[in-house]
Design a protein. Structure first.
Length: 276
């Protein structure tokens, strides 16, 4: 097994007496480590966990200590070590009930470094793939709500990025390229916060291409889901040259617009759960 900390904290020169004269049991060392984490004494916490690994290698606290070590490395922003320990945990303890946490921590190392939507979303795609794996492989886990929330946040980020790219191509008069991105958002990110603006631009593009019925269909979806939206008002004006949309719903009902379920996770949530 990977030694929890002594070899991973190269700046610490551990006295062998720390181990030979240890009078504490594994659970006491584990408790000490948690207290030290609470006081942000992370390197000292790693020493306590290393004692468990050396002196009590086959106990449940050695198992838990490995995950707590990964969590400490995460707090230290050493995401490569976090991933390495999480992968080792999955290898050594494939049947552990806590293996979901190893996967959770692994996903969080990508989630925490997601860039703003204006930049590459490579880490966002990595994170969402790993989080979706957790949802599918470990249904009803205690991390489920947290995972779902973070997936929604990531989905908003990815959709926002695609919206920026779509508008870039639209400004360059490249309608085909912009349509690819706008339709991608509509088809794959319909619950994102970018969907209202996307539906407006789909209405606008198809109107400019003189595909009026398609333009009306996208405007109808806006009307059905966001009747008070400024984007809907603008789309209605595009089609009917009327600034104030009608209150009557019969105009869009004939298009059988779909109901969208919008998640409202606007805030970035970087709180990461700790193993019990």
């Amino acid at each position: 097994m990977i030694s929890c900390s002594a070899n991973d904290t190269s700046d610490l020169k551990l006295d062998q007496n720390l181990y030979e004269n240890n009078m504490l049991q594994d659970y006491e060392l584990f408790e000490n480590a948690n207290k030290l984490i609470a006081n942000n004494q992370l390197d000292l916490a790693l020493i306590e966990l290393d004692k468990i690994d050396v002196l009590f290698p086959s106990t449940i606290y050695a198992n838990k200590g490995m995950l707590l070590t990964a969590y400490i490395q995460f707090l230290k922003k050493d995401y490569e070590k976090t991933r390495a320990i999480a992968e080792s945990y999955k290898k050594y303890y494939p049947g552990s009930k806590d293996i979901v946490y190893a996967n959770y921590l692994d996903a969080m190392t990508y989630y925490i470094v997601i860039k703003k939507p204006e930049y590459s979303q490579k880490n966002a795609y990595e994170a969402i793939e790993k989080l979706n794996f957790i949802l599918n492989a470990y249904p009803n886990s205690k991390y489920e709500i947290d995972v779902i929330t973070k997936i929604q946040i990531i989905d908003n980020s990815i959709a926002h990025h695609k919206l920026s790219v779509a508008k870039f191509y639209l400004n360059k008069k490249n309608l085909n390229a912009s349509l690819i991105y706008f339709k991608d958002i509509y088809e794959n990110h319909s619950s994102s916060l970018s969907i209202e603006e996307t539906l407006y631009y789909l209405t606008k593009i198809y109107k400019s291409l003189e595909e009026i019925e398609l333009a009306k269909e996208y405007s109808a979806i806006l009307a059905y889901n966001f009747p008070k939206s400024d984007w809907y008002k603008k789309s209605y004006n595009l089609i009917y040259d009327i600034n104030t949309p009608t209150d009557k719903i019969d105009w869009y009902q004939k298009f059988n617009p779909i109901k969208l379920f919008i998640n409202d996770q606007k805030e970035e949530i970087f709180e990461i759960q700790k193993i019990d």
